[in-house]
Design a protein around this ligand. Structure first.
Ligand SMILES: Nc1ncnc2c1ncn2[C@@H]1O[C@H](COP(=O)(O)OP(=O)(O)OP(=O)(O)O)[C@@H](O)[C@H]1O
Length: 358
């Protein structure tokens, strides 16, 4: 059995991006052969469905054709890389990477996308958290079924994030009750949100999602400038009014040099629960066209469907409630695409000593 040949095959069956970066990613740890069993050890720098489908299956088939090989044993370890933060912002303690989820317009499904994508990533083996920074409607606790919980003190300076469906969660809604946050002036709101981010004990996280307040005003601009993000994901419906605001969101992130990972088209079509008829009630192709105009892409399309709404209202988002549904598959692909895009778009850094944010 020729180990060099297997190493070459790893390169051949590695998807485009992986191939270019194979040396840099050090994906392949060791290959050994004992009594006809080839053991291939892989260390993945981000969770990847593509690896499983595009590399593992094809590679295994080829290796099994080699003389003297009768089985392949895979040892796949996930060791998520810490990626460069925009503007070299200081890290949040324990958090490797931060993804901001934003929308120009309210009510387009930003929080629904956040919880389902975060759950999909956690299912792929990553340690994931969500910070709900939506001062106008902090809905994450409700969507994850923990609206009655309150974070407890971790030490004198920090709060312990709440565990919901395996995600570490904190929300401005836990802290500012009775719509108090909505009436905060810009600087007050930004300060409170930065404090919440820095004074939460998140534990060890590979990815922290930030559910941003909708809009592109002072608060959103200050946050996108100060939160140590790796990338931002925009959510929009295909409706013209939402698209115009989503475009403003892209421009805002670009202005503060935050890479935009793409745009999710939510409520892409309406699927009738009775007859399955699909109708583009908000128009078609809007997000793809707008994204192309802004030199980015539509990364996922989710229909308007009663299950997505009902699951969220019951506090068990679809990815947790219906793991085998077609919606869960779309969220898994979305999670896969954004983490791989982030990895290949920027560079890995060593885990920096965090500086207190607040
Ligand atoms: N694809 C979908 N199918 C069915 N219902 C959806 C879908 N996406 C979102 N919803 C529902 O639409 C409502 C608004 O969604 P959500 O709270 O996620 O939007 P948002 O953009 O975060 O709102 P805001 O930030 O303004 O509070 C929720 O009741 C949610 O359950």
């Amino acid at each position: 059995m020729d180990i060099t040949k297997i190493t070459q095959l790893v390169g051949i069956f590695t998807p485009k991006n992986w191939l270019q970066n194979i040396a840099e990613t050090n994906v392949l740890e060791t290959i050994s052969n004992k009594d006809g069993c080839v053991e291939i050890q892989i260390r993945l720098p981000f969770p990847s469905l593509d690896f499983e489908e595009e590399v593992k299956t094809k590679l295994e088939a080829k290796v099994l054709l080699m003389k003297g090989v009768d089985r392949v044993n895979w040892v796949i370890k996930l060791d998520v890389a810490t990626l460069a933060r925009c503007n070299d912002a200081p890290a949040i303690k324990g958090v490797k990477n931060v993804i901001a989820i934003a929308s120009g317009k309210g009510g387009v499904g930003k929080s629904t996308t956040t919880v389902n994508t975060a759950l999909a990533l956690a299912k792929m083996g990553a340690k994931v958290g969500i910070m709900d920074a939506d001062i106008y409607g902090p809905s994450i606790p409700l969507m994850l079924g923990v609206s009655e919980s309150r974070p407890e003190a971790y030490d004198g300076n920090t709060m312990q994030a709440i565990n919901a469906h395996g995600l570490a969660v904190n929300s401005i809604g836990f802290i500012a009750l009775n719509d108090q946050a909505m009436i905060w002036r810009g600087p007050m709101a930004s300060k409170a949100l930065m404090q919440l981010l820095g004074e939460t004990h998140w534990g060890e996280l590979d990815y922290l999602f930030i559910d941003m307040p909708p809009g592109t005003g002072d608060i959103q601009l200050t946050l996108s400038q100060n939160i140590p993000v790796t990338g931002a994901l925009i959510v929009s419906t295909p409706q013209d009014v939402a698209l115009a605001d989503a475009a403003k969101g892209i421009s805002m992130f670009r202005q503060v040099k935050v890479p935009v990972l793409g745009v999710v088209e939510n409520m892409s079509t309406h699927i009738c629960n009775n007859c399955g008829h699909e109708e583009a009630i908000f128009g078609t192709g809007g997000v793809t066209k707008m994204a192309a105009r802004f030199d980015t892409e539509c990364v996922a399309q989710l229909p308007l469907h009663i299950d997505l709404r009902a699951d969220i209202d019951a506090g068990i988002p679809t990815v947790a409630a219906r793991p085998d549904s077609e919606f869960s598959a779309v969220y898994a692909q979305l999670a896969n695409d954004i983490v791989s895009k982030m990895f290949f778009q920027t560079h890995t850094i060593s885990t920096a000593i965090p500086i207190k944010l607040a």
